[in-house]
Every structure is written in C-alpha cells, then in structure tokens.
Design a protein around this ligand. Structure first.
Ligand code: NAI
Ligand code: MG
Length: 338
C-alpha cells in the first residue's frame, strides 16, 4: 500500500534531518508518496506572503499524516508560530513525547523512561495577547476549557492503559492558577476514578521540575497543560541525552503530525552536524500510526544497533560523525537486517 504523507522539511537543520529521514524511510522499502512543502515559515512569507500557506494545511487534512522538520519562529514581531498554528488549525490536541535514553549515551540517570503528554491547542499558546502601549500593560491569557482538559487527560489515561505504563502524574500550578490549573486538576481527579488500573497522582510544576532532576525514576507518564508540557519536554530530553534524540507526535481526531521536540538549531544549521535521530524516531512513531509496525520495528532496531556500537554517532551525543555519515550507517544496518 502506498501512503500519501505531507512532508514539511522546515528550516535551519530541518532540511538536513528531514532529508536524512526520507532517505532512511526509502531504504526500508515502505511505500510513501510525499507531498512536499518547502515554503513554510520565512520561506513561505518570501514566496507566498504567508508563513503557513493554506495548501499545506489542506494537504495534511487530505492525507491525515505529516512528517515535519522544525520551523523557526522569530522572537519579536514577524509572524506567529507555524507550529502552534498547525496544531490549532488541525486540532492536534495531544502532543506525545517519549523520553527514553538510547543505549550507549552518557546520561545523568540510567534507565529513565518518561512520556510527556502535553495539551497542544490551549493554555497560554491560544494567542490571546494584548499590549496596551499607552498604559504599557501586556496580557497573555491562558484559555483552558473543560472539554480540552477532559480530552487530553482521557487521552493520557488511554495511552497509559494501552502502553501498560505504571503511573500517570498530572502536573499543574493549581495553588496559584486556581481557575485554569484548578479546573485541569479537578478534571484529572474526576477521571482517575474511571481508570482504577492506572495509578494516578499530581504534582505542582515547580516542585515537580526539581523532583525530575533528583528522582526521575519516580515518574512515568506525565499529563500537563501546553506551556508546562513544552518546558518539561526539553527538561526530560536533557535527562535522556539531549534534544537530538527525542521524538514527538501531534495527534488529533483527523490528522497527525510527527516531528522532533527540538527546534531549527540555527547554531549548527547547514553544517552537516545535526543529529537526525529525533526525527527518525518520530518516523518510527509515524510508521506505527500508519499500521506499518514491521517496518517501524526494523527501523527501531537499526537505530538501537547504531547507538549500541557507538562508532558512528553525531557530536551532540558524544560522537564525531556528520549527519550524512550517521544516516549512511543507519541505512547500512537496515540492509544488514534483511
Ligand atoms: P533548538 O531546539 O533549535 O536548539 C537548542 C539546542 O539544541 C541548540 O544548541 C541546538 O544546536 C541543539 N539541537 C537541537 N536539535 C538538535 C539536533 N537534532 N542535533 C544536534 N543538536 C541539536 O532550540 P532554540 O535554539 O531555542 O530554537 C531555535 C528555533 O527553533 C526557534 O525559532 C524556535 O521557535 C524554533 N522551534 C521550532 C520547533 C518546531 O518547529 N517544532 C520546536 C522548538 C523550537
Ligand atoms: Mg519546545
């Protein structure tokens, strides 16, 4: 079967890691027909006058699946995040980010295995922002709905059940943010009763951040609101060897976008230094989503083998290999499995 998949290489290191991932997927023999869109973000503004051309969103709606590299978002002015816009327009409410160290990487704690399930469409990322120049007052409003809270927490309980996880921790700041985080927590406590097989607890975000770097093994699955999930994802990536290896999936009812946790890494862009593992692992998640579990398993084994050998790894995980050398080695391992 040929899968139609939208491809957004992105910018910065995006084209390098996306190029590597497409080459690896081709080497697996899986049949994918890519619908490729290069003009997104800055490139979209230059070519079409918009960072997120409508045809990109239409393509993902039609295909239901996309593989995406990072897209730069300017800090000041410019345009709103393409990433946030895609997640909101396609209602990709669940951002799933498994953080597990690959073999052979130097990490502060061996055996960490965490999954962040981040609400992906609401909270402070809703874009309800005002700046009153005269009064010099700025507002960024966190919009959290009961429906949105309920569906992400339900998703987290279902995920934990399906993947036989041992604990679900809801992370919040309900002591201060009584309206938004208070509602999120109350809904979590209500739903916990419907999933008695999954142990459930909750933690306040600041204390939780400390606990993660002292005792990460005490935790397993984490469900939280948008901003906290964004921050904790990078923290957890740091616990398992850095952003170069951690994958992600943005899941909605009708579409899914698979992309790494990391951004466009302007500091190493265009230098053949980027680690494509994070996007490769996102591709493993995509293959499972496409019901290509056998190919997903083969790709996963090739990645594990390359890390176990430790001879051809990129700089961010302690090696000296370029993006291309690493990619060739993954492809060689795929061949060796056949
Ligand atoms: P970043 O994640 O791009 O980079 C942080 C650090 O990690 C840098 O030192 C970078 O070199 C390193 N790094 C990241 N990915 C790597 C990889 N695959 N291999 C080796 N090293 C890697 O975060 P930063 O610099 O804060 O953001 C840069 C831009 O990316 C911003 O414009 C931001 O808005 C955007 N961004 C986009 C995302 C997306 O498209 N989903 C997600 C996160 C950020
Ligand atoms: Mg982030």
């Amino acid at each position: 079967m040929v899968h139609q998949v939208t491809l957004i290489p992105g910018d910065g290191i995006g084209p390098e890691v996306a190029g590597a991932t497409v080459r690896v997927l081709e080497a697996t023999g899986v049949q994918i027909a890519w619908e490729r869109f290069d003009a997104v973000g800055y490139a979209g503004i230059e070519r079409y006058g918009t960072a997120l051309p409508e045809e990109v969103v239409d393509s993902i709606r039609r295909n239901g699946v996309a593989l995406k590299g990072p897209v730069t978002t300017p800090v000041k002015g410019g345009f709103r995040s393409v990433n946030v816009a895609l997640r909101q327009q396609l209602d990709l409410f669940a951002n799933v980010r498994p953080c597990k160290a690959l073999p052979g990487i130097k990490v502060p704690f061996p055996g960490v295995d965490l999954v962040i399930i981040r609400e992906n469409t609401e909270g402070l990322y809703r874009g309800i922002e005002f700046y009153d120049e005269r009064l010099q007052i700025a507002d960024s409003i966190a919009r959290v709905t009961l429906r949105g809270s309920s569906r992400i927490i339900r998703y987290a309980f279902e995920y934990a059940t399906l993947h036989r996880r041992r604990l679900l921790t809801l992370v919040h700041k309900a002591n201060i943010l009584k309206a938004t985080a208070g509602m999120f927590l109350a809904e979590g406590q209500r739903l916990a009763a419907a999933y008695p097989a999954i142990p459930f607890n909750d933690r306040i975000i600041d204390n939780f951040a400390m606990q993660l770097v002292l005792r990460p093994h005490d935790y397993d699955c984490i469900v939280t609101t948008n901003l906290f999930g964004d921050i904790l994802s990078d923290l957890c990536a740091g616990l398992v060897g850095g952003l170069g290896t951690v994958p992600g999936a943005n899941i909605g009812e009708k579409a899914a976008i698979f992309e790494a946790v990391h951004g466009s890494a302007p500091d190493i862009a265009g230098k053949n230094l980027a680690n494509p593992t994070a996007l490769l692992q996102s591709a493993v998640m995509m293959l499972r989503h496409l019901d290509e579990a056998t190919v997903a398993g083969r790709l996963e084994r090739a990645i594990l083998a390359v890390y176990r050998e430790r001879t051809v790894l990129t700089r961010d995980v302690g090696g000296t290999a370029s993006t291309d050398e690493f990619t060739h080695n993954i492809i060689a391992h795929l061949g060796a499995q056949q």
